[in-house]
Structure formats: structure tokens, C-alpha cells
Design a protein around this ligand. Structure first.
Ligand code: MSP
Length: 561
């Protein structure tokens, strides 16, 4: 049985409403999930919200609401946004849920029993405003703590610590270029950054907060005066909502620890899903995911070949500067989705950034890309094709078989020309051969999660179809009796190309893909259902002889500024 493709995102803090950065990450994960469904794989896409911790506690206090009420309100905003943007997840993670709490406490108890957690006293400078201990890193060039920390006092506090440093050697060997985890982080330059950070790793991780200073978290199962540190809680969501059971040992015997059989006693659903592809932003690779999370999994017995892969994306900035609530320059995805529609926003966020790099957000570029690629190129192609089919053939197509060097029809073959029921038509245009190449390039890029690089090929192909219309001039062919077969070949070529384009764009532009299928009159019975798209159908010649295409309806009306 093929395993489930398991994909996760970071879970978003519920201290403030969603912004464009959150939307980007969720859409990226949704597109990758949809692409794998398109390939016929079983997919489990998990996303959700991070509801505990100091940031949330502070925002709730500021709003004068109990934190449990406060997170409900913000959580709803995230749920509403994903619905609006057609982000279709299979499971929703909320860290205040009982199910999650049980797993976090189960893991803590186990690490405590195994003496991987210990209690210790910490003494140092503490910022009352930020509610955290400060280190020398927080000192300014003058050696003082800056005004952003407010009142700073010397404090002593007892806390629980997770023995992080003892796993440093293991982590270094795991992420070594010759190690099992040589591809643990994508892109590769982020893995190098991680290696540098791990080399400098020293000290253990404080995983508790006394309730006297933070009461909004998951209680330690072995000391009810403490809650656990928000990252220890949040990171666990990736396994708690995938069916991990902390009550059964990850491994069956000490000897088996870290070996291949180590997940054997876990529930079948969990084993079928795990490990995950985890999409995170560049700010939370070091130390949270690249160090804490991987070490946590190792400490509870996950073997090296059962570690998640981390796909690290860049950030959207504004005018070259970081977006932040305090700077007042956050972009509201609700406003953009209402103004331009979810597909326009999805297309912009997927096409104007390279996976892994940063980009600058610009509404003008969103409009520009929409008008040139969606309205002019794809929208026009659909409109012209259906108009010409209606005008010259009452919408009825003649089946044109593709001629390939192997004699077989398939997206991986080079199409040299087409057979009509009454003979071979060599369109004699090398553009025709671009479809199989575009499909191949698209698949290569999407398999590597390079969404922007993948969709470029589809839009280039749409442009070449528009060029085919210009060069073949069907309006001239229609007037010439000897060119009727060629006219049929051109109309079939354009309609069939549009059908395949709809399949390929469906992960990024699900609504437009449905629109194209509907207008082509293709598989109406599955209208609105995602299963109507399948990569296996991106094969030449599926529109049958005599198929009647529908009437054109503008798919992407131009945005006039
Ligand atoms: N709650 C933690 C993650 C816990 S995962 C176990 C968190 N939350 S967050 O709300 O601050 O960020 C959520 C995700 O959004 C992160 O992956 C972060 O990198 C991403 N982004 C936040 N701002 C962003 C941009 N401006 N651009 C792109 N992604 C951004 O961190």
C-alpha cells in the first residue's frame, strides 16, 4: 500500500489576526497538497493554530478578555480566511484541544521518567514587561538592556530543563552532508545555516514556566505549579493530530531505540502518515524546528529515517522592510481576497516569489500579473477558442489524434502532428511539441515543491497557444474550403490544450480550473468536486470526437486601475 503524503504548516499564533505571510504559507501547502492529490496520492494536510503562551496571554489581557475566549475569536478569523482562500486541509490543529494536551503530557511524563528532564534554578536579569530572562545577547552596544525591555530586575527561578545538549553530537551527524538527514532541510543553504547553528549549540532547554508568571499553557503532568513552554507544546501538534500515541512506547525495546522498527507499536494511521513534509518560514527553523523539534523526536525514539523534512520558505516584505503589526504595515489578506478574488491572490502569492527566497509584496504587481497572465493570456485563450468553435463549428469538435515518434499518445511524448478521421494533418509548427515539454517541466518543478517555477511552464504554453491562433488565423481557414481539416485540427488542439491546462493549474487556481472544465462542457457531473482533476487525464486525446464545447463566459475580467 502506498503511504499517505503527509504535509503540515507552522501553526499560527492566535495573538493577532492573520496577515499575508500566514496566507502565503497556507496557500503554498494547499497547492502542494492539491498537486499530490492530482497525482492520485492519498494526502493528509494538517494545519491549525498555536493558542497558548505568553504572547497570546498578553494580547488577551490587553483586550480585557479571558485567553480562552480571546483565542476563540482569533482562531475563527483563521478558519474564515482558509475557507475564503480555498485552503482545503484534512485536519485542524488547535493546541487547547484535549487530544493534543494528552499527547504533550504523555511525552513530558515519559521524558521525566527517563530522566531526560531535570529541575534547576536559574538566576539572571528578567524583563518584567517582556516576561522573560535576558542574556548578554539582549544588551545594547553600551552594555545596558534597552528601553524595549522596560523594567529589568535580577531574579531567581526554579524551572524544568530538557537535556538538549546531550543530543548535539547525534544531530550533527544526522544533518551531515553524508548523514541520513542530508536532505532534512530544503533549500540546501538553510541546511548549512542549521549546521552552523548546531555547532554552536550549548546548554539545555527550559521547558517550563511557573504558573505564578504564566498560567496559559499545558500543565506539567509531574508538577502542577508549572505549565510547559509554548514551543514544546506547539511542535508536538505535528504528531498529536496525526494519530501518535504517547502511551505506547515508540520503540519496543531499548535495543530498538532509533532503529527502523522503532515506530512499530504506533497506531497504523500514524505509521501510514509519518514522516511529514513540514512547511515553515525561515524565522522558525533555528532553533525551534531544526534543533528542538528534531531532538525531541530523537529523544522519544524516532529513528533517523523517520525524521520530518523541513521545507523552509522566505518572507514577504513591504517596501524592503519586514511587515509587522507594530510598524503598522501588515497586509490584510481578507481585503485583497474580497477585492480581487481568491484565485487572483493565490496566483500572485504563488508566482511572484521563488520557494525559499524573500519577495516584496506589491498590489500593483498583483494587478499586473493578473491582467497579463490570467486575463490576457489564459482568459483570452479560452474566450477566443470557444468563440471560434461556436462560430465555425457550432461548438462541435473533430477528434484529432496526436502523432508521436513512438506512435503512442501521452504527455511525455513529442507531438509532431495530428490525425483527423480522414487523414494526417501536420500542423508543421514546432509550438505543438511544447505541450509534452511543458508537462514534463511542470511535474519536475512541482515534485521539487518549486511552485512558481512549475506554473511558469503552463502559462508559457498558454501563450504559445495564443500565438498558434495568430499564426494559423482560423478566420482565414474558415473561408478556404481546402483548409477545413486544418481548421478542425486547430480548434481541437486549442480545446484539448485548454482541458490539459485546466488540470495543471488546478492546484494553484482551483476555481478557474473548474470554470474552464465547465465551459469546455467536460465532466459536468463532477462539477465543483476536486476529484474531477487528475494528472492521469492530462493526456492528449481525451475530448471525444463530436464533443460540443460550451459558450464562453469571461473567466478573468480585466482589472482596470
Ligand atoms: N506559532 C509559531 C509556529 C509554531 S509551529 C509549531 C509561529 N507563528 S506565527 O504566526 O508567527 O508564524 C506562522 C508562520 O507564518 C511561520 O512559518 C512564519 O514564518 C510565517 N510568516 C510570518 N510572517 C511571514 C511573512 N511576512 N512572510 C512569509 N511568511 C511569514 O511562528
Amino acid at each position: 500500500m502506498p503511504k499517505t503524503f503527509y504535509i503540515t504548516t507552522a501553526i499560527d499564533y492566535t495573538n493577532s489576526p492573520p496577515h499575508i505571510g500566514h496566507a502565503y504559507e497556507k496557500i503554498l501547502a494547499d497547492v502542494i497538497a492539491r498537486y499530490h492529490r492530482l497525482k492520485g496520492e492519498k494526502v493528509f494536510f494538517l494545519t491549525g493554530v498555536d493558542q497558548h503562551g505568553q504572547k497570546v496571554r498578553q494580547s488577551a489581557a490587553k483586550a480585557g478578555t479571558p485567553p480562552s475566549e480571546f483565542v476563540k475569536g482569533i482562531t475563527q478569523k483563521f478558519v474564515d480566511l482558509w475557507k475564503k482562500l480555498d485552503v482545503k486541509y484534512d485536519e485542524w490543529a488547535e493546541t487547547t484541544s484535549e487530544r493534543h494536551k494528552k499527547v504533550v503530557q504523555g511525552i513530558l511524563q515519559r521524558l521525566w521518567d527517563e530522566k531526560q528532564i531535570y529541575k534547576d534554578k536559574q538566576a539572571g536579569y528578567y524583563s518584567i514587561r517582556q516576561e522573560q530572562f535576558l542574556t548578554d545577547k539582549e544588551r545594547g552596544p553600551d552594555g545596558e538592556f534597552g528601553p524595549e525591555w522596560g523594567q529589568v530586575e535580577f531574579r531567581e527561578e526554579e524551572n524544568y530543563y530538557f537535556k538538549l545538549e546531550q543530543h548535539k553530537k547525534w544531530l550533527l551527524s544526522y544533518i551531515d552532508p553524508a548523514g541520513v538527514g542530508q536532505d532534512a532541510v530544503i533549500p540546501d543553504f538553510r541546511q548549512k545555516e542549521l549546521r552552523n547553528a548546531v555547532e554552536k549549540l550549548s546548554g539545555d532547554l527550559c521547558i517550563s514556566r511557573p504558573k505564578s508568571r504564566l498560567d496559559w499553557g499545558i500543565e506539567l503532568p509531574f508538577d502542577k505549579d508549572f505549565v510547559t513552554y509554548v514551543w514544546f507544546d506547539a511542535l508536538t501538534n505535528y504528531i498529536s493530530f496525526a494519530g501518535y500515541d504517547p502511551s505506547v512506547s515508540t520503540f519496543n525495546s531499548v535495543k530498538e531505540r532509533g532503529s527502523n522498527g522503532a515506530l512499530r507499536s504506533q497506531p497504523a494511521t500514524f505509521r501510514d502518515r509519518w514522516p511529514a513534509l513540514q512547511i515553515i518560514g525561515k524565522d522558525i527553523l533555528i532553533p525551534a524546528h531544526g534543533i528542538y523539534w528534531v531532538i525531541m523526536l530523537h529523544a522519544i525514539g524516532f529513528p533517523d529515517d523517520q525524521m520530518p523534512q523541513l521545507l523552509v520558505h522566505g518572507w514577504w516584505n513591504l517596501g524592503g522592510a519586514k511587515m509587522s503589526k507594530t510598524a503598522g504595515n501588515v497586509i490584510d489578506p481578507f481585503v485583497l481576497a474580497d477585492k480581487y478574488g481568491p484565485d487572483a491572490l493565490r496566483y500572485y502569492l504563488m508566482s511572484d516569489i521563488a520557494t525559499g527566497s524573500d519577495a516584496d509584496f506589491s498590489e500593483a504587481r498583483l494587478v499586473n500579473r493578473y491582467n497579463s497572465n490570467l486575463a490576457n493570456s489564459l482568459g483570452n485563450l479560452l474566450n477566443r477558442t470557444l468563440n471560434m468553435a461556436a462560430r465555425y463549428r457550432d461548438g462541435r469538435l473533430k477528434l484529432i489524434h496526436a502523432e508521436t515518434p513512438t506512435g503512442e499518445e501521452g504527455i511525455f511524448d513529442t507531438i509532431e502532428g495530428f490525425h483527423t478521421p480522414d487523414g494526417f494533418v501536420n500542423l508543421g509548427d514546432e509550438r505543438i511539441a511544447k505541450l509534452p515539454n511543458a508537462c514534463r517541466a511542470y511535474i519536475g518543478m512541482f515534485d521539487a515543491h518549486l511552485v512558481n517555477a512549475g506554473i511558469v511552464h503552463v502559462f508559457e504554453y498558454a501563450t504559445s497557444c495564443n500565438q498558434l491562433i495568430d499564426s494559423r488565423a482560423p478566420w482565414k481557414l474558415a473561408k478556404d474550403k481546402s483548409k477545413q481539416r486544418e481548421l478542425d485540427a486547430v480548434l481541437y488542439h486549442l480545446s484539448e490544450s485548454l482541458r490539459i491546462i485546466a488540470i495543471l493549474i488546478s492546484p494553484v487556481l482551483p476555481r478557474a480550473a473548474h470554470g474552464i472544465f465547465d465551459q469546455l462542457n467536460w465532466k459536468m457531473e463532477l462539477s465543483g468536486k476536486e476529484e474531477r482533476f487528475s494528472l492521469a487525464d492530462a493526456q492528449w486525446g481525451r475530448l471525444p470526437d463530436g464533443h460540443v464545447v460550451g459558450k464562453p463566459v469571461p473567466l478573468f475580467p480585466r482589472i482596470e486601475s
